[in-house]
Design a protein around this ligand. Sequence first.
Ligand code: URA
Ligand code: CA
Length: 434
Amino acid sequence: MHFPEILLKKRNGGRLSAAEIDYFVSGYVKGTIPDYQMSALLMAIWFVGLNDTETAELTFAMRDSGETIDLSGITGMKVDKHSTGGVADTTTLITAPIAAACGLKVAKMSGRGLGHTGGTIDKLESIPGFRTDISMHRFREIVDHSGMSIIGQTRELVPADKLLYALRGTTGTVDNISLISSSIMSKKLASGSETIVLDVKTGNGAFMKSVKDAERLARVMVAIGQKAGKKIAALVTDMNQPLGNAVGNALEVREAIEILQGNHEGDLQKVSIALSAQLLYLSGLAQDETAATKAAIEALESGRALEQLAAMIKAQRGEPDVCINPDLLPTADRLEPIVSECSGYVTDIATDEIGLAALLLGAGRVKKTDIIDPAVGIWLMKRVGDYVEKGEELAFFHVNSTDRLEEARLRFIKAFRLGKLQPTQHPMIYTTIS
Ligand code: URA
Ligand code: CA
């Protein structure tokens, strides 16, 4: 096989065989195919596209480029969830404990935040002592005994994605549904769970700006999962405003704990319950979606989900008392109220700009090597549809440094659009694809 033939075939609109796809994935990982050739192929794929069969083959080739996690020694139904990424999207820290409290085994590998979106690993590391770099052996043990564990992705998991994602980031080839699907699904399939629920975000804070594109992405990923023999469903959910009130690592952990304590409600809670209900239904632990939702709410309201979170924190050497007293989480030196410069209804929130404002305060990274401050971030006081008086607080910034405070404030203020009329609300959950 010759790489230039594969490249020309795709450029000219042809379909690649499984053997050709295996050849370029393994060649790229081995280093026998250089970046310039791979870049050209990615761009050809971006323009010509991959059909569903090619997309699944690419996913499987990527999955098999490194180690795959064997969870078969763990008793019970092993489940995983994945969000395509958003702002104030702490669903994992609520959904996983609810699922575990209902008897599922949650084995999740998560990523770090980059750009305007947060990452579960960074959030968990804001808990004093918490370790996300534990061994695979210990990971399996914690899932088996405590019902859930969340760790960072190992270096050996889908090396093809690490290389391809970095290359896509610099060659204008990130935003292609087949490439996104294979990237996400190769990691989900390598992680070993039998049931997977995807949360595909749509809106101004998401990769997929339109509901139609998000549904397409969801359909492609669900089809890949089914081809691999998984029980899988995707919820398409709204990201036209931050999902919860907290943006920033310790603040998001605090919000998740407050929800699990029963002290906080809202869209973050709703989407988290819907995701856990879907896990329960797909796993066969509930007869229908109504019963699944009831079980999820019961796990939350009884406090059993909070106990699950505390058990995982303890098993991963963190301070479990944060679940009783969130004040044990790192806190910022200062609270800075951000007030509205006019009156009116909140009609729009530029969600990615809110993420970027939090990033300026030190809550996120621009480059992979940036160091984040776990304590800082934004606590939102208003959502789309709320009425705001001039001088009223839109949010509180939690700050440790004033270096970029003014820049963050201006960015934040501009992200909130006010109008005279109350806007119609976006639905929180658009569709479920299974
Ligand atoms: N998340 C991923 O892991 N990969 C993509 O390509 C896009 C989002
Ligand atoms: Ca976030």
